[in-house]
Design a protein around this ligand. Structure first.
Ligand code: SF4
Ligand code: SF4
Length: 282
C-alpha cells in the first residue's frame, strides 16, 4: 500500500515510499512533536513526492523573478494540501498518525527522494527528475500506517547526475566571483558597491534559475512535453515580470502570498530600484 492515489487528484504523480530508518533525520523534534516514537523508526514510513511548479508563464521573455516565484508562494499550496488530506487520512485510518512536511522537514528530502527513485542528485544541489527536471518542490507525509517501500531502482553509482558541468560553466559566481546571485537578491540591508553592480548585471530581481535552465534534464523534460505542472494553484495569479509600480499596487494581503514576501517589500524594492537606475544610466 502507498498514498499515491490520495495525491494524484492534486496533480502529484511522482512519489515513492521509504522507511524512516532509511532517511537521514535532521530535525527529530518535528517528528516528536507529531507524536512519533523514533525508537520504532523501522515502522514509520515516509511517502515522499514531487510537486511540479513550472508554468508557461514562467517562460515569459521579460521574466525577472525566479521561476518558482512567478506563482504564489508554494508553502500555501502545501498548507492547503495538508489541511485537506491529513484530516481525511486520520479519519480513514484512525489508529494511525499522519504528519505532512515540505521544506521545513525532519529529513534530508533530496537524499530520501533519490533513495525512493524520484530522481538523481544534481551537481547543482537540486533533485533532477526525468519528468519535470528540477522544477519541483519536495513534500512528504510521514505515518505509522504500514506502507510498502518502493524497491530501490538506482544502483549507488547512478544516484548522481552525469556531471556534465553545464551548471558550473554558466554560473555567474564562477565567472564573476562574489556571492551566489540567488542569495544576493535576498540579502537584507545595505549592499556594497560591488554587490549592487553584480545585481545590476543580473536579469533577476529575486532568485536565480541559471543552473536549472542550462541543465540537460530541463531540455529533455521540455522535449518530452512533461515539464509543465498541471496543478491549478501554480497557474493562478502569476507575476512573471515585477515592476516598482506593480509592487506598489499589490496590497499587503496579496503581497503576503508571494514567495518573496518573507524578506519584506524593501528587499525586492531595492533590487527593482537598482535595475531601474541602471536602465536610466544606459
Ligand atoms: S547541468 Fe549537468 S552537471 Fe549540472 S546538474 Fe545538470 S546534469 Fe548535473
Ligand atoms: S543559483 Fe545562480 S549564482 Fe547561485 S550557484 Fe546557481 S547558477 Fe550560480
Amino acid at each position: 500500500m502507498n498514498l499515491t492515489s490520495y495525491l494524484q487528484p492534486y496533480g502529484i504523480e511522482l512519489t515513492g515510499v521509504l522507511t524512516l530508518d532509511a532517511c537521514s533525520v535532521h530535525k527529530p523534534y518535528l517528528l516528536h512533536r507529531a507524536g512519533f516514537d523514533l525508537q520504532k523508526a523501522n515502522t514509520i514510513f515516509v511517502q515522499i513526492f514531487a510537486v511540479p511548479y513550472l508554468t508557461p508563464d514562467a517562460q515569459h521573455a521579460s521574466r525577472n523573478l525566479s521561476a518558482y516565484a512567478v506563482s504564489e508562494d508554494y508553502h500555501l499550496f502545501f498548507e492547503q494540501l495538508y489541511d485537506e488530506l491529513l484530516p481525511r487520512l486520520r479519519t480513514e485510518y484512525s489508529d494511525h498518525l499522519f504528519a505532512g512536511f515540505a521544506d521545513h522537514s525532519p529529513i534530508d528530502e533530496i537524499s530520501a527522494a533519490v533513495d525512493a527513485g524520484l530522481g538523481v542528485r544534481g551537481l547543482n544541489h537540486l533533485l533532477l527528475t526525468n519528468r519535470y527536471s528540477s522544477y519541483i518542490f519536495l513534500g512528504e507525509i510521514i505515518t505509522d500506517l504500514p506502507l510498502t517501500p518502493t524497491p530501490s531502482v538506482l544502483p549507488p553509482e547512478a544516484r548522481n547526475c552525469h556531471a556534465c558541468g553545464a551548471c558550473l560553466a554558466a554560473c555567474p559566481m564562477q565567472s564573476e566571483g562574489g556571492e551566489c546571485r540567488s542569495s544576493l537578491t535576498q540579502k537584507k540591508g545595505n549592499l556594497t558597491a560591488e554587490e549592487c553592480q553584480a545585481l545590476q548585471r543580473f536579469d533577476s530581481v529575486w532568485g536565480c534559475d541559471i543552473c536549472q535552465q542550462v541543465c540537460p534534464y530541463t531540455a529533455h523534460a521540455k522535449a518530452r512535453g512533461t515539464i509543465y505542472t498541471s496543478i491549478p494553484f501554480f497557474h493562478r495569479n502569476t507575476i512573471p515580470h515585477l515592476t516598482i509600480d506593480l509592487l506598489d499596487e499589490i496590497n499587503d494581503d496579496a503581497f503576503s502570498r508571494r514567495a518573496y514576501a518573507w524578506r519584506g517589500r524593501e528587499v525586492i524594492r531595492r533590487n527593482l530600484s537598482l535595475k531601474q537606475s541602471q536602465r536610466k544610466e544606459d
